[in-house]
Write a protein that binds this ligand. Structure first.
Ligand code: NAP
Length: 491
C-alpha cells in the first residue's frame, strides 16, 4: 500500500448488523469508499434479522438504541419491536449508500493474513475470496445460537427451534410447548406466546432480577413534538445515557447503590408474583446485577397463568415427546424452544482467523479472549473487532460503543496511510497492560459474584466492559499511535 492514501484502502467488513453498517458509514464518510460488507443472511440487519421471535424488541430505549447520526423522531414505542429496528437499519443502509457495498449469503469461513504484503484474504464457504488491506469483524458477541448438549436433543419429534432462529411456520396454537432458558430473549417471547399455546412448561436454571418495563407507545403528538424540536430529542438521549449509566453504578457498587436496585427490584417482583410457590421458584439466588437485569412487566405475570408451569429441576434428557428433568419427571411437549442464548465466549466461531506466523485467533484467545479496547489483537495486523472482548454493556447502549469503535478503526486506517505503512498492529505489551487494567476493574463489582455468559470456562470475564459507557467513548476517542507498530509492505 506504499504511498496510498487512506482512501485507497480496501476494507472487508464481516457482518451487516449495527456494527457493520456503522463501520461502512464511518469509513465512506471519511473517503474510504472501497468497502465490502459480507453477511451470511440474505438481508442487512444482523441480530435484528435473525432474532424475529414473537415479542422481540430492544430492551434499551430506541432513542438511544439507534445511531447518533440517524435519529428518528417516530419510534412507535419506548423500546421498538424487532420489525421496526430492522426497517430502521435497512433504511440507514439505504440512506447512507451502504446497501451498494453489501454482499448477501456469504458464510465467511476464514480470514488469512499474507505476511509478505500485509493484506488479508477473506474466504467464504462456497469458495469465493475477497482481498483486503483491513478486515473489520462485526459479527458481535451474540450471533451463534447455543443449544446445550442435552442427551436426546436431536430425537425430539415435533418442531424444535432456537429463539434466534424462530420457525414462523410452526403453529403453536393449542400446543404443549417446552421452553428451555429464561434469559433476555425468553422473557420476551414467553409472555407473547403464552396466551395462544395450550400448555407451556418453562425450564429455568437461574432466576433473574427484574425491573418494570411496560414499553409504552409514543403517541403521534409526542412524535411530532420530537420532530419539531430536535433539541428535545438530543436532551432525551442525554437523559437516557445518564439513566443507563446509573445501572452500571448499581452493578459496580453492589454493597451500596446496588442494594437500592435490589430493593426496587424486590418490591416490583413481589407485586408481580403473588403466588408464593411461583415466587419461590422464580426468585434469583445471586447478587443483584451479576447477570443482566431484565426489563419486563409481562414475563413474571405470565408465569402465574393457568396454562404455564415453571420448572426449576435440571433438564436431563429430551425424548421424542417431551423433556425429562432430574427428578425423573416427564414433561410432555409438542414443540421445543431453546431460549438458551449464544456461544458468547467463542467470539468468531466458526471462522478461522489466521494472523502472523500462522497463529489463529482461537489459539491467541485460548486462555480467554482479549483485545486492546476490545478492538485490536497482537499478531493480527489491521484486523479490527467490533463489539469484541470486554465491550459488552450491562447498562448502556451497544450502539454508543459501536460508533466509538468505528471512529477508532477509521483513525487507525488513516494513521496507517499517513505513515505509508501496509498495516498496523497493537503492541503486545500495550494490549496486555490494558487487559490487566480491565480485569482489575471488575474487582468488587456484582459481575464477579455469579456465573454468567460474561465469563469464559476459566471464570475470566471476557464479555463486559467493567466501567461506564462514557469512559469507553472517551478512551477510544483518540487513537494513540505509540500503542501500535506500523508494518511496511515487504513487497
Ligand atoms: P441468555 O441471556 O444467555 O439466556 C440463556 C438462558 O438459557 C439462561 O436462562 C440460561 O440459564 C439458560 N440456559 C443455558 N443453558 C442451559 C441449560 N443447559 N439448561 C437450562 N437452561 C440453560 O440468552 P438470551 O436470552 O438469548 O440473551 C442473550 C443476550 O442477548 C442478553 O443478555 C442481551 O444482551 C441480548 N438480548 C437483548 C435483547 C434486547 O435488547 N431486547 C433481547 C434478547 C437478548 P443461566 O442463567 O443459568 O445461565
Amino acid at each position: 500500500m506504499d504511498g496510498r492514501s487512506a482512501a485507497g484502502q480496501r476494507v472487508v467488513v464481516v457482518g451487516a448488523g449495527f456494527g457493520g453498517i456503522a463501520a461502512a458509514v464511518e469509513l465512506r464518510d471519511h473517503g474510504i469508499t472501497d468497502v465490502v460488507i459480507l453477511d451470511s443472511a440474505p438481508e442487512i440487519g444482523g441480530t435484528w434479522y435473525y432474532n424475529s421471535y414473537p415479542g422481540a424488541a430492544c430492551d434499551v430505549p430506541s432513542h438511544l438504541y439507534s445511531f447518533s447520526f440517524a435519529q428518528r423522531s417516530d419510534w412507535s414505542r419506548l423500546c421498538s419491536p424487532q420489525s421496526e429496528i430492522l426497517e430502521y437499519l435497512q433504511g440507514v443502509a439505504r440512506e447512507f449508500g451502504v446497501e451498494e457495498c453489501f454482499v448477501p449469503d456469504v458464510r465467511v469461513s476464514a480470514c488469512r493474513l499474507d505476511e509478505a504484503t500485509m493484506t488479508w484474504t477473506v474466504e467464504s464457504e462456497d469458495g469465493r475470496t475477497w482481498e483486503a488491506d483491513a478486515v473489520v469483524l462485526a459479527t458481535g458477541q451474540l450471533n451463534s445460537p447455543a443449544i446445550p448438549e442435552v442427551p436426546g436433543a436431536d430425537t425430539f419429534a415435533g418442531p424444535t427451534m432456537h429463539s434466534a432462529r424462530w420457525d414462523h411456520e410452526a403453529d403453536l396454537r393449542g400446543k404443549r410447548v417446552a421452553v428451555v432458558g429464561t434469559g433476555a430473549s425468553a422473557v420476551q417471547f414467553v409472555p407473547a406466546i403464552a396466551p395462544q399455546v395450550g400448555h407451556m412448561t418453562v425450564f429455568q436454571r437461574s432466576g433473574n432480577w427484574f425491573f418494570p418495563r411496560k414499553n409504552r407507545s409514543y403517541p403521534r403528538w409526542l412524535q411530532a413534538f420530537f420532530r419539531r424540536f430536535p433539541a428535545v430529542l438530543r436532551g432525551r438521549r442525554f437523559f437516557l445515557k445518564g439513566y443507563l449509566e446509573f445501572l452500571t453504578i448499581m452493578i459496580r457498587h453492589p454493597r451500596t447503590v446496588g442494594r437500592l436496585g435490589r430493593v426496587y427490584s424486590t418490591l416490583f417482583m413481589r407485586r408481580q408474583l403473588p403466588d408464593p410457590e411461583v415466587r419461590r421458584k422464580a426468585w434469583p439466588d445471586y447478587t443483584f446485577g451479576c447477570k443482566r437485569i431484565l426489563f419486563s412487566s409481562h414475563y413474571l405475570p405470565a408465569l402465574g397463568r393457568d396454562n404455564v408451569e415453571l420448572v426449576t429441576e435440571r433438564v436431563t434428557e429430551v425424548v421424542p415427546d417431551g423433556v425429562r428433568t432430574g427428578d425423573g419427571r416427564h414433561h410432555p411437549a409438542d414443540v421445543l424452544i431453546w431460549g438458551t442464548g449464544f456461544r458468547t465466549t467463542e467470539f468468531m466461531f466458526p471462522m478461522d482467523i489466521v494472523g502472523r506466523g500462522g497463529r489463529t485467533l482461537q489459539e491467541e484467545w485460548g486462555a480467554g479472549a482479549h483485545a486492546h479496547y476490545g478492538i485490536t489483537v497482537p499478531g493480527f495486523p489491521s484486523l479490527f473487532v467490533l463489539y469484541g472482548p470486554n465491550t459488552n454493556t450491562s447498562g448502556g447502549s451497544i450502539i454508543v460503543f459501536l460508533e466509538a469503535q468505528v471512529a477508532y478503526v477509521r483513525q487507525a486506517l488513516e494513521e496507517t496511510a499517513r505513515r505509508r505503512a501496509a498495516a498496523l498492529e497493537v503492541r503486545r505489551d500495550v494490549e496486555e497492560a490494558f487487559d490487566r487494567r480491565v480485569q482489575a476493574q471488575f474487582e468488587g463489582t456484582a459481575w464477579t459474584r455469579c456465573d454468567s455468559w460474561y465469563r469464559d470456562a476459566s471464570g475470566r470475564i471476557v464479555a463486559n466492559w467493567p466501567r461506564y459507557m462514557e469512559e469507553y467513548v472517551r478512551a477510544v476517542s483518540r487513537l494513540e499511535p505509540t500503542d501500535y507498530e506500523f508494518h511496511p509492505a515487504r513487497r
